[in-house]
Design a protein around this ligand. Structure first.
Ligand code: MG
Length: 290
C-alpha cells in the first residue's frame, strides 16, 4: 500500500509486486494515505475498486504511506545487542545500567510525534545550531498494526500485524539526553522519513530480514531483525498492555549498531548529508539533510 502525489492531487493504492507500478484505489480522503486501506484489511473487507490507470512508479511522487499517522509512533530503544554495546560507551551508559543487560525483562518504549513523519525521499530539516548540534540517524523496521486490540499475548501478536515499512528514527542526541525523556529529541519536524510503502505481512516476514543504513554511500548499519532483544511479538505484547492498539498504529522496532553516536569521536550528520535506509523485502528510503 502506498500514498503518492500525481497530477496535483493525492492518491492511495497498491504497488505491483515488482515495485514498478502503482494503482490508485477509490478511497475517500486519499491524502490520508493507506490508513483507510489498512482499516479495511483489518476488518477482512475487500479493497475498493481501482480509481484510475496503473502508473509507473517513476511518474509519481511517493509520500509516506501514512502521511499523518493517527497518533504518535511507538518506538523501541536499544533493541539490538550490538547497538546496546555501542551505547554503553556513550552518555547513555548510566540509564542503561539501570535497565540491565542480557536478562532484560522490559523494553524501552518512547514515542515520536506523528507530525514529524515525511515521505521516503523528502528532505530532513536540520535544526538551528542553538537547538541541536548532534543529529543522528537510526535505520529501522516499523511494524504497521492491522487488527487492533488490547492486552495482546505474544502468541497471537502476529495476527495483528498488517505489514511493515522503513523508517529513519532521526534523533537530536543532545536534546534527547538533556530532557531525560526522549520524545522531544526524537520529534523535531521532518525527523521521521517513512516509506517507500507498506509491504503486507503475507509478502515479507519482519521477524527475520536485513536492515542496512548508509551515510553518503558509506555503509554504517547492517543488522538482521532476528537479532532484536525484544522480537516483534514481544513488542506488540508490551505496547498493548493496558493500551488499545488501533489499525494503522506504527511501532518502530529499534536500530542495529552503527549509529553516529557509537563512533569515537561521534559522527554527527551535517547539512548536505544523504542517509539511505534499506530493508530486504521492503525497499529503501533516502533523505537529504538540509
Ligand atoms: Mg530508534
Amino acid at each position: 500500500m502506498a500514498s503518492w502525489r500525481w497530477g496535483g492531487t493525492h492518491h492511495a493504492g497498491t504497488v505491483s509486486p515488482c515495485g514498478r507500478e502503482v494503482t490508485p484505489l477509490a478511497v475517500p480522503q486519499p491524502e490520508r494515505g493507506a490508513l483507510r486501506l489498512i482499516q479495511l484489511l483489518a476488518r477482512g473487507e475487500p479493497l475498493p475498486r481501482a480509481a484510475g490507470p496503473r502508473l509507473p512508479i517513476s511518474a509519481v511522487e511517493l509520500c509516506s504511506p501514512l502521511p499523518r499517522p493517527l497518533r504518535s509512533l511507538l518506538c523501541v530503544g536499544r533493541n539490538y545487542r550490538a547497538h546496546a554495546a555501542e551505547l554503553a560507551g556513550t552518555v547513555f551508559r548510566e540509564s542503561l545500567r539501570a535497565v540491565g543487560s542480557a536478562d532484560d525483562t522490559w523494553p524501552i518504549v518512547f514515542t515520536k510525534f506523528a507530525d514529524c513523519v515525511v515521505g521516503p525521499f523528502d528532505a530532513v530539516k536540520m535544526p538551528a545550531r542553538q537547538v541541536s548540534v548532534q543529529i543522528d540517524y537510526e535505520s529501522e523496521l516499523a511494524v504497521v498494526v492491522g487488527r487492533g486490540g488490547i492486552d495482546i499475548p505474544r502468541s497471537r501478536a502476529m495476527d495483528h500485524v498488517c505489514g511493515y515499512t522503513v523508517v529513519n528514527d532521526v534523533s537530536a542526541r543532545d536534546v534527547q539526553v538533556r530532557h531525560q525523556q526522549w520524545d522531544l529529541g526524537k520529534s523535531f519536524d521532518t525527523f521521521c522519513p517513512m516509506g517507500p510503502w507498506i509491504t503486507t505481512a503475507d509478502e515479507v516476514d519482519g521477524r527475520d530480514t536485513r536492515v542496512r543504513g548508509w551515510v553518503n554511500g558509506e555503509l554504517r548499519q547492517d543488522g538482521r531483525t532476528r537479532d532484536m532483544i525484544f522480537g516483534i511479538p514481544a513488542l506488540i505484547e508490551n505496547c498493548s498492555r493496558g493500551i488499545t492498539l488501533h489499525p494503522g498504529d506504527v511501532i518502530a522496532t529499534g536500530t542495529p549498531a552503527g549509529v553516529g553516536m557509537g563512533f569515537t569521536p561521534p559522527r554527527w550528520l551535517k547539512a548536505g548529508d544523504v542517509v539511505k535506509v534499506e530493508i530486504d523485502g521492503l525497499g529503501f528510503i533516502e533523505n537529504r539533510f538540509a
